[in-house]
Design a protein around this ligand. Structure first.
Ligand SMILES: Nc1ncnc2c1ncn2[C@@H]1O[C@H](COP(=O)(O)OP(=O)(O)OP(=O)(O)O)[C@@H](O)[C@H]1O
Ligand SMILES: [Mg+2]
Length: 246
């Protein structure tokens, strides 16, 4: 049975209000407010240094912040481990796999959140393998020997093994060729079709527009614009500054 829901109102998975992060004297996030509803993909786009990674790391409790963050209507747990256990699962920039472990072992580590339900692991592994067949072919190979695109698939797969309530993806296509990007996009679309809620950080605005339901434009640590993808994609400022269209 699905969880109770207020009629007509989408279920709010993430609610961020006035989030601020400073490193010493430098304030990197200056009061960021946005939300993510169940089943949506929200993309955060913005230039290098805007604070996108800092935002995701704050949500994972990897850096200190002030403000308010609720996950599923409850205050965000205080420790990174408890955040993951609550269902917020982060696929970081540059992947962070265990290079000496096999692909299968890397993937299985992602299932630790669900260790009290061991029967889910085999099913979830099959699901990841059907999403990214290359990983199945190479399941016993060490992760350090994978190509960049394969490593990214493995990192996303590892996050999915934890059946996230909210999946955070930081620059999933960074440094990948066009063809490999397309494989990642296809994977993301299947993950969306399965109902996973996502917060996607991207520098590649065209890619973000293809995947997201809503877009948050982050500039200098603040939300410059926010709205449904079609509205943001059609915004004259966004077209000029991000798409190079006059
Ligand atoms: N631990 C830290 N200590 C000091 N400054 C930091 C730290 N982490 C990030 N910063 C600074 O915060 C700013 C935002 O960095 P962040 O990594 O969030 O940007 P980003 O939007 O993810 O950029 P990119 O698109 O290049 O990944 C940068 O100026 C960066 O130097
Ligand atoms: Mg970043």
């Amino acid at each position: 049975m699905s969880e109770p829901q207020t009629e007509g109102r989408p279920e709010r998975v993430l609610d961020v209000k006035d989030l601020k992060v400073s490193f010493g004297k430098a304030q990197v996030l200056n009061g960021v407010t946005f939300h993510v509803d169940k089943g949506e993909t929200v993309a955060v786009v913005g230039p290098n240094g805007a604070g996108k990674t800092t935002l995701l790391r704050a949500l994972s409790r990897l850096n200190a912040w002030s403000g308010s963050v609720e996950l599923d209507g409850r205050p965000l747990p205080k420790k990174p481990y408890d955040v993951v256990m609550a269902g917020l699962v982060h696929t970081p920039e540059r992947r962070r796999l265990f290079p000496g472990l096999t692909i299968r072992d890397n993937l299985e580590l992602g299932a630790r959140r669900l260790r009290k339900q061991p029967s889910t692991k085999a099913d979830d592994l099959e699901r990841v393998f059907s999403l990214f067949p290359k990983l199945k072919e190479r399941a016993t190979q060490t992760a350090g020997t994978l190509s960049g695109g394969e490593q990214q698939q493995c990192a996303i797969g590892r996050s999915l093994m934890g059946r996230p309530r909210l999946l955070l993806l930081d620059e999933p296509t960074l440094g990948l060729s066009v063809g490999v990007k397309e494989a990642i996009i296809a994977g993301i679309k299947s993950i969306q079709d399965a109902g996973t809620t996502m917060l996607l950080v991207e520098q590649d605005v065209s890619f973000a527009f293809r995947c997201a339901d809503r877009v948050v434009v982050l500039e200098h640590g603040a939300v410059a614009l926010e709205g449904p993808t079609a509205q943001i994609a059609g915004d004259p400022y966004v077209k000029k500054a991000y798409l190079g269209v006059a």
